[in-house]
Design a protein around this ligand. Structure first.
Ligand SMILES: [Zn+2]
Ligand SMILES: [Zn+2]
Length: 172
């Protein structure tokens, strides 16, 4: 799935884990949130979807960097507005960040190898895990591949908004 999907879902998983599992806050709790973020990545990649048509709309790499940059900027902004903005509490933000890092992590080897044109064996090994969990069913059309991701992004941002309000209310 595209980076926006993994980042927003990871952020929501991070905040959910803080609300329902990892309290009080500790370093191992943060690591737990990161691991749950990684799980969310593999689970989401099992849902039939496509990223090919979004990153390479004309079949070439021409627009890949532009699409990727715009989507990263938009997802950071959306996560900030829904999960962080207006809250003075620092601890929940750390869990949002840990979840985002976990959610993005499995795709990092692939992105690094592509962007830097490197082919290191440990990156290739790490990428194989990512590929293993990735569905082989790729959607046939642009919209068919996009709508599950839009749904995941919408649900994740709603969870972030809702939990931010709730955590601010219950934390003195
Ligand atoms: Zn995919
Ligand atoms: Zn992946």
């Amino acid at each position: 799935m595209i980076a926006s999907t993994h980042l927003t879902a990871g952020a929501a998983v991070g905040l959910l884990s803080y609300r329902f599992i990892f309290r009080p806050h500790s370093v191992s709790s943060l690591i737990g949130a990161l691991i749950l973020g990684i799980f969310s990545h593999f689970l989401l990649d099992m849902i039939p979807h496509s990223e090919e048509e979004i990153y390479r709309p004309d079949g070439t790499d021409k627009y890949q960097t532009a699409v990727f940059s715009v989507e990263l900027a938009l997802s950071f902004l959306a996560i900030y507005l829904c999960g962080v903005y207006g809250s003075f509490l620092t601890v929940p933000k750390k869990y949002i960040l840990a979840g985002m890092i976990g959610g993005a992590l499995p795709d990092v080897p692939h992105v690094l190898m592509n962007a830097l044109k490197i082919d290191w064996s440990f990156l290739r090994a790490a990428d194989r895990i990512n590929v293993f969990f990735h569905t082989s069913l790729h959607s046939s059309s642009f919209w068919q591949g996009l709508w599950p991701q839009i749904a995941v992004i919408a649900i994740s941002l709603t969870i972030l908004c809702f939990l931010r309000q709730e955590i601010m209310r219950i934390t003195p």
